[in-house]
Design a protein around this ligand. Sequence first.
Ligand SMILES: Nc1ncnc2c1ncn2[C@@H]1O[C@H](COP(=O)(O)OP(=O)(O)OP(=O)(O)O)[C@@H](O)[C@H]1O
Length: 328
Amino acid sequence: MIQARGLRKEFTVRVKAGRLRRHKQIRAAVDGLDLRVERGETVGYIGPNGAGKSTTLKMLTGVLTPSAGEVRVCGLRPVAQRTRLALRIGVVFGQRSQLWWDLPLRDSFDLLRHVYRVPAAEHAARLRHCRALLDLDDFLDVPVRQLSLGQRMRGELTAALLHGPEVLFLDEPTIGLDVVSRQAVRGFLDELGRTGDTTLMLTTHDLADIERLCPRLVVIDHGRVVHDGSIADLHERYGSRRLVVAELDAPLPHPPTLPGALLREVAADGRRLVYALESAGVAQVVSGLAGLASLRDLSVVEPDIEEVVTRLYRTPPETTAPAVAGTG
Ligand SMILES: Nc1ncnc2c1ncn2[C@@H]1O[C@H](COP(=O)(O)OP(=O)(O)OP(=O)(O)O)[C@@H](O)[C@H]1O
């Protein structure tokens, strides 16, 4: 559904060269991007501020003309075939609206039916589905300008889906939303992704979005892909470890050394030990500990996505290991 090869976008910027002088410099916001996304995939497209995510989405949706490289979405060239492409994709850019500001949401949806020439029955069925899942009924008759951000975002999602797009692009769909709206939007996208009919590509800074929605993560930095794979691949690559946390009835004279596990932490009173699993499994560590001490409580802590993403963003792109191969 999405294919990009050597995709590049340069911008000319003016940089300071002395007290009053400025000279022009060309900067690549996207620098040779290769990407292939299959039908029905959900891809999280993440990276630090200024990495080139929005610029990529703008090239994929035909808003920006690439400086170099090839790109196809639904087999179409986004800029040259923008009108045809618009019928096959949906776009939700958090900062922009595709709704009519002074009209009630319901009327915006109706207008979109005419813009996209969607048969009435199809339109009604999709709208029914979105109304139910996104709880739109309370504010369907309210002018868009009076909606809260969360209500508007639910309206934007509906608007983007009423013509039955094959690919949905979302730029920060949960930014600025309260907890309830965020959960509603996330749950809706999760369901949409699971049905497998719609290909989803979303940018986000919200790690909960990533964990809930994205079986595949493409991470970019300075316009280049630095990781393409699952969250598990990311943990693997950065050596994230599951932790076994043991609470003891009484402290041991020396915290035990266990094969295949690294002692990470001992609480001041010696009753709480934290082991990071290396080659050992949970069962091995637990039975090792149980043979040496009386255990009060045990828990296993999964590796933290925030920690691994922080480490990934801090690693300069030149020194980042080659990307893990994604699907296709
Ligand atoms: N129209 C423009 N003119 C000049 N530079 C631009 C333009 N648009 C983007 N850039 C630059 O390109 C780089 C990538 O910007 P982009 O908006 O794609 O990043 P992003 O990954 O979406 O960032 P964020 O997470 O902050 O939204 C940035 O350095 C930005 O300043």
